[in-house]
Ligand binder design. Structure first.
Ligand code: 5RP
Length: 232
């Protein structure tokens, strides 16, 4: 692939992210508080949200970076502890399967993302079509851990679910570390999410399977597809 073709591919993916972010505005409920995710797709959403900022009460951010970007647009950011209800949480993902189970945390914000998503009435995930996979696990699964437990948790992960564990050169907004687990085939995401969260020292992991997305807006080069969580 030539450099020109490569650059064109990147631009197209960014255009898809922008299109899906714009589409997500239709899921914003007026006069309510919106939960906002983290990452490049969420950043496009923040930029789009700025155009209707006077129609919402404000937002809750899933990371310091998101809070800063929201504030830079003059969008009000609430502390989650000052808020009782979030109408919708809008965020990207690293992978999704057809049941809208997700891997998140590529940007390291998984714990706050899971918290804000838990409070929200509805989770609308926004992604380009490259994120939809048959079986999750090609993208390394992020696990946030308390720093002193890092070695113990790494051993336990290999014992319990296998894979290769790598420490990311990164500190989360919560002052913790991230372990990225590669070489997984996640055929039972609910069970894996629960198993990983039962290891002492794990804060949370990037599987959103016990509470998956409610809606996945998936950008293709031609349109934005809407996938609803199936009734299983
Ligand atoms: C950050 C996340 C992001 O939603 C995920 O990494 C997708 O990012 P992007 O929109 O940049 O592809 O979970 O922790």
């Amino acid at each position: 692939m030539s450099l020109f073709d490569f650059l064109e591919t990147i631009m197209t993916q960014d255009e898809m992210k922008q299109a899906v972010a714009q589409e997500a505005l239709n899921y914003v409920i007026e006069d309510s508080i919106i939960g906002v995710g983290t990452g490049s797709t969420a950043n496009f959403f923040i930029d789009a949200l700025a155009s209707i900022k006077d129609k919402i009460k404000g937002t809750v951010a899933s990371s310091e970076a998101t809070a800063q970007r929201l504030a830079s647009h003059g969008i009000k950011v609430f502390d989650l502890n000052d808020v009782e209800q979030i109408s919708v949480y809008i965020d990207g993902a690293d992978e999704s399967d057809a049941n809208l189970n997700l891997i998140k945390g590529g940007g390291g914000a998984l714990t706050r993302e899971k918290i804000v998503a838990a409070v929200a009435d509805r989770f609308v995930c926004i992604a380009d079509e490259s994120k939809l996979v048959e079986v999750m696990g090609k993208f390394p699964l992020p696990v946030e851990v308390i720093p002193m437990s890092m070695k113990y948790v790494s051993r336990e992960i290999v014992k319990r679910i296998g894979g290769n564990v790598e420490l990311r050169d990164f500190t989360t907004d919560n002052g913790n570390f991230i372990l990225d687990v590669s070489n997984l085939k996640i055929t039972n995401p609910k069970q894996m999410e629960t198993e990983l969260n039962s290891i002492v020292g794990v804060v949370t992991n990037g599987l959103f399977a016990n509470s998956p997305a409610d809606v996945l807006l998936l950008a293709t080069p031609n349109n934005v597809r809407v996938l609803n969580k199936p009734n299983l």
